[in-house]
Design a protein around this ligand. Sequence first.
Ligand SMILES: [Zn+2]
Length: 454
Amino acid sequence: MRMLLAWCLLVLAALPAHSAESNMVLINGTVVAPDRVIANGWVAVENSKITAVSATKPVIAGARELITKDIIFPGFIDLHNHPFYAVFPRWTPPRVFANRYQWRGLAEYNTTIQTPEGKLVEKNFCDIDAYVELKALMGGTTSILGVFQPADAPRIEPCIAGLARNLDWASGFHGSPLGQERAVNVLGVKPFDQKLSEGAMAQFRTGNLDLAAVHLAEGQRNDPETKAEFAMFESLGLLGNKSAVIHGVALTEPEFGKMASAGTSFIWSPRSNVVLYGETADVAAALRQKVLVALAPDWSPTGSVNMLGEVGYARTVADHQFAGLISGKQLFEMATVIPARIAKIDDKVGSLKAGLYADLFLLRSDASDAYDALAKAKPQDITLTMVGGMPLYGSAAHLATLGLKEAEPVKVCGTDMAVNGPALGIGGLAGTAARLRKALAGEKATLAGLVECP
Ligand SMILES: [Zn+2]
């Protein structure tokens, strides 16, 4: 709602009274459409939706024109994140671990991250939400899962709506009130994690959902505790076409085969796996078994800061460990249309197609190979991120062309960029960051930067 209000106010402020139809934009650039890349193509946006994707300029009277040399991508769909931890700086673990239960029990981790996070969420929910969703948007993410599911939340804060779509809180796909979402994050299959995800599991058992993304087999491939989890996943009734396995580092080819037969998908998070366990999942086996594989960063303390970073990281891992297995286009799809299919929202987002929501981002780069450019992109290369037709982040020039008069400047790796300040809340980014710095200082912690520069 806050986002909607902010945008309405901005549109009203920016436009002459007679031109309500001017919330229409023609974006020109290299268009990464589902079936082809269109050099010098066009994406037409009318209000919240894409109305045309074409090689020739669509005719829409009164539309603004954003003429660029940039590459236009559909926004990333991030199905594995714990966004609220993104206010904390990167954590360098003291060693690699056999499994997730080892580091989650470390005093160092609990003192510096876990305990402060719990306290901050209680007191500073809206500021954390705004800051971490901006971080996601700056990396091209337009939909994200994992804040925590409404059924397990003490309350739903209305400020969750706006900025990136929260697929477990406020996607914008199911109208109001909030909390009608059809995707949940399950923290694990052991009793302790089942307790933390009671509401999500209850919703799963009712069948009234499209996706339960379940943490599973997160540890080293030969760790007995990690290997034992697939059987627990099966015994909980989670193997089926409404679930996806997150991590799955210890999964074997026959287990991926069972997932393929059941219609269970897979969400790969290589950076966090390599940092914590020294190895990642056998994606080659998953792909051989024809499991749908999506890519997502897990969280910023040990994974990539955002989806753009994880695409770059996955490119490197694929080239070294699975040479020739994953093409640039495939990697792009693992971050966009495949997670949209897994969450059963591919009729709404995940591609640049007429009829879908205008969730997209622009990348300033060599457009001769759009997929290669995506894997090599740096944070400052993203020149616009838009959700439902609303510009939220980008270059000041692009935001001005789109009629955003209250763009707030921000430096990104030495480059001048801007954010839609009013969409973040009171005081925009500066106000949000100041309140968070103060709150974090009270927990002897510092606020993480918005991006990590190469
Ligand atoms: Zn996770």
